[in-house]
Design a binder for this molecule. Structure first.
Ligand SMILES: Cc1cc2nc3c(=O)[nH]c(=O)nc-3n(C[C@H](O)[C@H](O)[C@H](O)COP(=O)(O)OP(=O)(O)OC[C@H]3O[C@@H](n4cnc5c(N)ncnc54)[C@H](O)[C@@H]3O)c2cc1C
Length: 320
């Protein structure tokens, strides 16, 4: 059976959920071979094996952390050359997409970014994308080489399928040109304790209807009761009510959670572009004519200052 390379997104060997989703999708095309760069491969191997990795190709070098993505591309290319895979899957993060693009150029393959599904096809793997502000769903396959595909977080439910997950060391030669840009300092972002917006299974977003930055606490409280990430419309971000890193939409982040709750957001096309592929959409808006209601699975016409705190209380009481 053909092998499929899966690029592992991890923090010191703690594998992040999007990688488990990639392993699940990779099994539809062939046998997943995980590529783990940096420290912690042995720790990661158990999780990777649980989700179907037949092998874990591991490499660690200071260059992976000390320079921008090029050394990681060298390593992934070494894995590619060693395995001759049927496809390469990476998470659709900014870093994942940059690595994917560079790898595709180097190996002469076609690339598909921001896929929301991947399946086997007669003429090679087929990727589904949601395009033009999610107005269309397309299916495509590359016509050249083994496809390099980046997949959006939350596109598949991770399913365990235990495999061997044997760790093998990957020999990597880091090219001279790959160390052209050195990372000179890192400042960790202050942790909110909430999940990362693009990976969260639930997102609660607030818009101009909140009327002021101080009222975002209403959104945060609902988010915390659900273990959700907090998003914001551009109007709320432009008003300085919430940091830009939380903006959802065409010029912000794309999210595709299981549940998206929009409070005081009208549903402009540019906002929809970043959340329309969410599985279940709920909106609270006092205007029954707001365009967001064209999109929702559940809509509440009402004042968010009354509805959202009640919802938070209800969630808390059910958690007991
Ligand atoms: C090139 C371009 C890129 C853009 N990119 C983005 C983007 O990435 N993301 C994005 O979000 N926008 C983006 N926009 C802006 C977008 O067009 C909208 O202006 C923006 O999304 C509106 O934000 P909003 O829904 O919070 O505000 P509004 O459109 O003002 O809607 C506020 C809503 O709150 C409701 N409301 C008010 N008070 C209450 C209350 N007490 N209870 C309940 N509901 C209430 C109102 O009925 C209204 O529907 C972009 C625009 C352009 C031109």
């Amino acid at each position: 059976m053909a092998e499929v390379l899966v690029y592992v997104d991890h923090v010191d060997g703690a594998v992040r959920k999007p990688t488990l989703e990639l392993l699940t999708l990779a099994r539809r095309i062939g046998e997943p071979v995980a590529v783990h760069l940096g420290a912690g491969a042995e720790a990661a191997a158990a999780t990777l094996a649980e989700y179907g990795a037949v092998k874990v190709l591991a490499a660690d070098a200071p260059e992976f952390a000390d320079y921008l993505v090029a050394p990681k591309v060298d390593a992934l290319q070494a894995a590619y050359d060693a395995v001759s895979p049927a496809a390469v899957l990476l998470p659709s993060s900014p870093e994942g997409k940059e690595i994917a693009a560079r790898l595709a150029v180097r190996v002469g393959s076609g690339i598909i970014t921001d896929a929301v599904d991947v399946e086997a096809g007669d003429e090679g793997p087929v990727a589904t994308q949601s395009v033009f502000a999610a107005a269309f769903t397309t299916k495509s396959r590359v016509t050249k080489g083994a496809p390099v595909i980046t997949v959006k977080p939350n596109s598949a439910a991770p399913e365990a399928a235990p495999a061997a997950g044997t760790v093998e060391q990957l020999a990597v030669t880091i090219g001279e040109k790959s160390t052209g840009t050195k990372v000179v300092s890192r400042t960790p972002r202050e942790s909110t304790g909430r999940p990362e917006l693009t990976e969260a299974a639930i997102v609660v977003s607030g818009g101009r209807g909140l009327g002021g930055g101080e009222n975002f606490s209403i959104v945060e409280e609902l988010a915390d009761s659900l273990g959700a990430a907090v998003g914001a419309s551009r109007a709320a971000v432009d008003a300085g009510w919430y940091p830009h890193t939380h903006q959802v939409g065409q010029t912000g982040k794309s999210v595709s959670p299981q549940l998206y709750i929009a409070a005081g957001i009208s549903g402009a096309i540019q906002h929809r572009a970043g959340m329309q592929t969410s599985k279940t959409i709920v909106a609270v808006n006092k205007d029954a004519e707001a365009p967001i209601f064209d999109l929702v699975d559940y809509g509440v016409v009402g004042d968010l200052f009354q509805v959202v705190p009640q919802l938070t209380e209800e969630v808390k009481s059910r958690k007991g």
